[in-house]
Design a protein around this ligand. Structure first.
Ligand code: GLA
Length: 395
């Protein structure tokens, strides 16, 4: 039931073979960048708050070489069997196919910095499910940026690289995302969660050394229409709340301050959005401390509280996510589930659960069987340790 992960070296060989078949030579570079799952700290990054994600062992891989002639990039997507072509003689612009905008945006970011990437032949492959809330887009942007670093023979500072990728997503894909996904795809560390202060951009690593704990990701395999539009709406609601509360970002609001002001001046909906953000920032910091102390039952409680807040106050959950979290909670500590919650933007995508390793198969089977019986949809299940961020595998 749990989809096995393919070792990164094997993925690299496969992507190299695809490059060879397509371009009739071996690639000069192979790079990979991971997707991510957020353990806690949801919809806090664009409020200057804290997040606690980890990189997972699902990747976007790119095999590439300098194009033999001309100034145009041939970028082949193995999974869709489609090639995007764009020219580097002028500043790169958004275009078709849609997915190529993540790549185009990264090329444009390099060009703007005066770091002129050469024309490339490239093949990309991806084991991060598309549109599943595990940041396939950030992994593509970060993989592309890692490739371009190799191609120009110069590294960009990790923070700047993450920001360049975020800008690509804002400007070329039209998604006003926060900074979490790109940061962890660049900076993830093996066996560690990344506690990121999204205001100061300071990163602390929280070790997850307990060999008895597994991270189980369950993909609802649904993505509701609202996902795209409501993300931007939530951002606006948070900005409105911050301005009505007289602060730069919701990070600066205490619970008491919110209560005082909310009673008289805030629209109840806006007050609930703010309540989620303020409480979630607090939960994230507490969860990081409890993970350090290996106090797992408390970590679990914080995860459920996060889910309920996202469901009731932030209103970004959906029936499928709620169902999976309820089922996990019913299995409970005794059955091996420490905690569970929706992860990512919401309206579909995945739940993340901490599960005792000894019971992982049993838990996975129960969740997928019950989910299918009730919703008539097959879930996809993945297990991952926290992994390292983007890497150059060849070149
Ligand atoms: C998406 C965005 C992130 C973050 C999450 C919600 O994944 O890309 O920046 O805002 O939603 O926590």
């Amino acid at each position: 039931m749990i989809e096995p992960s393919i070792p990164i070296d094997r993925l690299a060989d496969q992507t190299a073979a695809q490059f060879q078949r397509r371009f009739r030579r071996a690639p000069r570079w192979i790079v990979a960048a991971p997707g991510r799952v957020n353990i806690i700290g949801e919809h806090t990054d664009y409020n200057d708050g804290f997040v606690l994600p980890m990189a997972i062992d699902r990747y976007t891989l790119i095999a590439a070489d300098i194009a033999p002639a001309g100034s145009s990039v041939q970028w082949h997507c193995a999974q869709r069997d489609v090639t995007a072509t764009f020219d580097l003689a002028a500043p790169v612009q958004p275009g078709e196919p849609k997915w190529s905008n993540y790549v185009r945006g990264v090329f444009a970011g390099f060009q703007r910095r005066g770091l002129m990437p050469p024309a490339l032949d490239a093949v990309m492959d991806c084991t991060v499910p598309f549109g599943g809330g595990l940041s396939s887009s950030a992994s593509l942007e970060v993989a592309a940026a890692t490739l371009l670093e190799s191609a120009i023979g110069r590294q960009i500072a990790p923070q700047e690289k993450a920001l360049l990728c975020q800008t690509a997503e804002h400007e070329f894909a039209g998604v006003p995302c926060g900074i979490m996904d790109q940061y962890v795809s660049v900076m993830g560390r093996q066996d560690h969660l990344l506690l990121l202060d999204c205001r100061t951009r300071q990163a602390e690593f929280v070790a997850v050394v307990d060999p008895e704990i597994d991270v189980l990701i369950v993909n609802t395999n649904v993505k509701h229409e609202l996902a795209g539009s409501q993300y931007a709406v939530r951002r606006q609601e948070c900005e409105m709340a911050a301005s009505q509360l007289g602060v730069t970002a919701l990070r600066d609001v205490t619970y008491n301050h919110l209560r005082e002001v909310a009673r008289t001046r805030l629209d109840p909906r806006i007050a609930r959005r703010a309540k989620h953000v303020i409480s979630e920032i607090e939960r994230t910091l507490r969860a990081a401390a409890e993970i350090r102390a290996a106090n797992w039952p408390l970590v679990g409680e914080l995860m459920y509280a996060s889910h309920h807040s996202l469901r009731d106050d932030y209103e970004v959950s959906c029936r499928e996510l709620d169902l999976l979290v309820e089922m996990a909670q019913q299995i409970g500590q005794r059955g091996g589930v420490i905690g569970s919650r929706m992860t990512g933007g919401g309206f579909g995508g995945c739940t993340v659960s901490l599960v005792q390793k000894a019971k992982i198969t049993e838990v996975a089977d129960k969740l997928s069987t019950q989910y299918e019986a009730i919703r008539g949809i097959k879930a996809s299940l993945y297990v991952s340790r926290p992994m390292a961020g983007a890497v150059v595998l060849k070149g």
